[in-house]
Each structure stands twice: as C-alpha cells, then as structure tokens.
Write a protein that binds this ligand. Structure first.
Ligand SMILES: [Zn+2]
Length: 214
C-alpha cells in the first residue's frame, strides 16, 4: 500500500447552522471527518444539534475560547474561564472534553501556555475570514501550503458560503494528491507525535518553540 499523506480540515468560529450544516453534508458525502474549534458563546439551543451531528459523524470538537477575545490581554482568571466554560459545555454535549485549543487570532502568551492544559493548534490559513478573498483564491492558497501533516485552517463563521464552496472543491483535489483526511487527534496519533506545550502547531511535524516577543 502506498504511503498515505495526512491532512486535517479544521473550522473555527462556529457552530453556525447556515455554514456548519452544509459543511457537514459535504463531509458526510465524502465520508471524511473534520475538526471544529467552537466559540463557546455560539453554543446555543439552536446549535447544539449541529454539534451532536458533527460528533456523531466522527468529527472532533475542539475549543476556540468562549467569547473570542485576544487572550494575551486577559487576567489569569479570565483566561481560565474562557477555556473551562467552553470545554465544559462541549463535554456536556458530546461526553468528551476537547483535547485541543486554538487561540483566537493565534495570539498567545507565556501565561496562556501555563494556564491552558491543552496543545495549541494554529494551522495554515487562506484568509477565508476576508470576503474579498474569493473561493478560487482560497483554493489556490490552500493547495500551495499543503504538505503531509497539514492542519488546514478555515472558518465556518456565519455567512461564509465561499468556504463551503472552497471545501467542496478542495476535498477531491487534496485526495487526488494522495492525502487521507483525519481529525487533529488522529493526525498526531498516526504520526506518533505527542503534542508539546510552547509549540503552536500548523503541521504535525513542527519543532519551532514559541518565543515571547516584547
Ligand atoms: Zn477565530
């Protein structure tokens, strides 16, 4: 069997019925998982069924803070609450506490590493939060940065139809390059890598430590 390259599709800022549900339809049809990094305040009676469906489909549910602040400006108590409230809500819905954290704006501090008991995941993005970056450009940018062990960073924020369209096109393109889609947990376990603190991972194989800048 040929060597299988791995990639993890990840989505931030949901859940959102308008965008997350069509994405789940695409993932289901392709029979692949993705990982959703949820903003806690978006977990509402309207979106709980979306989260339940994602988990049932084999997607991984991860933590992207409660209110999406730049957490480098928060007090230790605020940092802990941003993370713990969201983790607890997710645990109540899926039965499993999230294993990975994505810092809002990928803004990190030494204090956050000390207070947040999860590996930090970044990923490489195509600026799909910017409506001016059109679907075709999102596809081009994603393919240009793709390599084995990739964490692909996208957004299922409200109204982001262009990312739904991009994902629909990207899945067969990425598969044609010899990739298998996995969750973030699977990405690390299949690569036999234990994620460490002080690394903000965009690819599973990554060793550059975070260094605080003044
Ligand atoms: Zn975000």
């Amino acid at each position: 069997m040929p060597y299988q390259k791995l990639a993890a599709l990840t989505f931030d800022d949901g859940p959102n019925p308008d965008v997350t549900v069509p994405l789940l339809d695409i993932l289901l049809e392709a029979r692949i998982p993705a990982s959703f990094f949820l903003v806690g305040e978006n977990i509402t009676p309207l979106t709980v069924p979306v989260i339940e469906r994602a988990a049932k489909q084999g997607c991984e549910i991860c933590n992207h803070s409660f209110s999406h602040p730049d957490m480098t400006g928060l007090t230790p108590d605020e940092i802990r609450r941003e993370v713990s409230v969201t983790s607890e809500r997710i645990r109540q819905i899926t039965g499993t506490a999230p294993r990975f954290f994505r810092p809002p704006y990928i803004a990190v501090s030494e204090e956050m590493f000390g207070l947040i008991p999860m590996p930090f995941i970044a990923g490489f993005g195509c600026d799909d939060f910017d409506p001016e970056v059109r679907t075709a450009e999102r596809i081009t940018r994603t393919m240009a940065q793709l390599r084995d062990g990739a964490v692909i960073l996208l957004h299922d924020a409200k109204g982001n139809q262009q990312t739904v369209d991009a994902v629909r096109a990207l899945i067969p393109m990425i598969r044609a390059e010899g990739y298998e889609f996995v969750t973030v947990s699977e990405l690390f376990s299949r690569k036999q890598i234990t994620p460490r603190s002080h690394i903000v991972y965009s690819y599973a194989e990554q060793t550059t430590m975070y260094a605080e800048t003044e």
